[in-house]
Design a binder for this molecule. Structure first.
Ligand SMILES: NC(=O)c1ccc[n+]([C@@H]2O[C@H](COP(=O)([O-])OP(=O)(O)OC[C@H]3O[C@@H](n4cnc5c(N)ncnc54)[C@H](OP(=O)(O)O)[C@@H]3O)[C@@H](O)[C@H]2O)c1
Length: 348
């Protein structure tokens, strides 16, 4: 059994904890919490062991919380830490805890791969470089947008390869997650230098990819408009299902009008945390014109990276063959079943 600690219990950390605590291959050490708020009660209600920074133990105990120990204790007890800290804090955690205690760690997409605060040399995307992260000590799980782009681009590359000239992607990103308490600002903000382009190119170095990114006042999913320019006429295919039918974590939907339709359907269907854990291609918006294919897909920002972390964990800790890892992740997250349910809801 591998002992796993989730350091950080925000939007991503709480989802990681829900999933990893149910995996029978894992001895779940607990979660790291830094502030006293409703999420502490949530963690105790789920019977997770809660670890906090040493200096905060008196505050937590004074409020009646039965704290299991310090962050340092939890890291010491673990074989792998999944760091789910606020952007940038993963680096501090690596320097203060993971390196001195010689522990493996997975970092999230808000951490750096280059520069002074880099935490790892490689960004994982299960569809592309699952095998390359086997037995690595430090790896970044690509962010939601980066995970989604890889999941859509790699099947295109495998099917049409050198017939494709370039990809242009416009990311339309939600302002805040559903659970966030911060206000949604009434503005459309542009990103002068979206990190997603270089992140994707780190695992798909030979593609010509150009990314623009805008943040909009929504709490629902992200939407990606991808334009694929071919060298000649678009090769024939009938439906996006011809390309994505067998793809793990890709649903091909018709008849959804927007990102909220899908998020609210996930809630109605009882999916945990209202997550679909996948990307959803919107077939009815596909446009073909001579050499140019335009596709639109929504990306479950909070959900998609959780099974990706679980796949990455299996490669790092067990070096397990990819098809077996997909099977194990599917049994935990029920992604194929959820995809079938969504396709039934939106395609009939
Ligand atoms: N939200 C998304 O949709 C999404 C999707 C993909 C990837 N990501 C990435 O996932 C990471 C976490 O994002 P998030 O949305 O979960 O953020 P979040 O909701 O703001 O949660 C961040 C958590 O970090 C905790 N924290 C503070 N200092 C810490 C430390 N030194 N070590 C560990 N944890 C610490 C905070 O604890 P307290 O609350 O107790 O202070 C908070 O619970 C980021 O890298 C982000 O870019 C986010």
């Amino acid at each position: 059994m591998v002992r796993v600690f989730i350091n950080g219990y925000g939007n991503i950390g709480k989802r990681l904890a829900s999933a990893f605590s149910h995996d029978k291959e894992i001895q779940f050490v607990g979660i790291g919490k830094y502030s006293i708020d409703d999420r502490v009660d949530e963690a105790f209600a789920k019977k997770f062991a809660v670890y906090v920074p040493e200096q905060k133990i008196p505050d937590f105990r004074q409020r009646g919380y039965d704290i299991s120990g310090t962050i340092s204790d939890a890291v010491k007890e673990s074989d792998l830490v999944i760091d789910a800290a606020k952007d940038g804090f993963g680096y501090t955690n690596k320097v203060n805890f993971y390196i001195p205690m010689n522990k493996s760690a997975i970092f999230q997409g808000g951490e750096d791969r280059t520069g002074e605060k880099k935490v790892a040399d490689i960004i994982h995307n299960s569809r592309i470089n699952y095998d390359k992260v086997a037995n690595q000590k430090y790896v970044i799980q690509g962010s939601c947008n980066v995970s989604g782009m890889g999941r859509i681009m790699q099947p295109m590359i495998e099917k049409f390869g050198d017939k494709i000239q370039r990809y242009d992607v416009t990311l339309i990103r939600r302002w805040a997650d559903l659970e966030d308490t911060k206000d949604v600002k009434d503005s459309i903000e542009w990103d002068k230098n979206p990190h997603h382009q270089e992140d994707v190119k780190s695992f798909l170095p030979s593609v010509k990819l150009y990314v623009e990114s805008y943040k909009v006042p929504s709490r629902m999913m992200h939407l990606h408009q991808m334009t694929i320019r071919f060298k000649n006429k678009i090769p024939y295919f009938d439906s996006l299902s011809d390309i994505y039918h067998e793809e793990f974590g890709v649903a091909v939907l018709d008849k959804a009008n927007g990102t909220a339709d899908i998020r609210l359907k996930a809630r109605e269907l009882g999916f945990e945390h209202d997550d679909t854990n996948m990307v959803h291609l919107h077939e009815e918006t596909m446009r073909k014109s001579d050499d140019t294919l335009k596709i639109l897909y929504s990306d479950d920002q909070t959900g998609i990276v959780i099974p990706e972390n679980h796949l990455l964990f299996q490669s790092m800790m067990f070096g397990r063959p990819k098809n077996m890892a997909y099977e194990h992740t599917d049994s935990l997250f029920q992604i194929s079943k959820k995809r079938d349910m969504l396709e039934k809801e939106f395609n009939t």
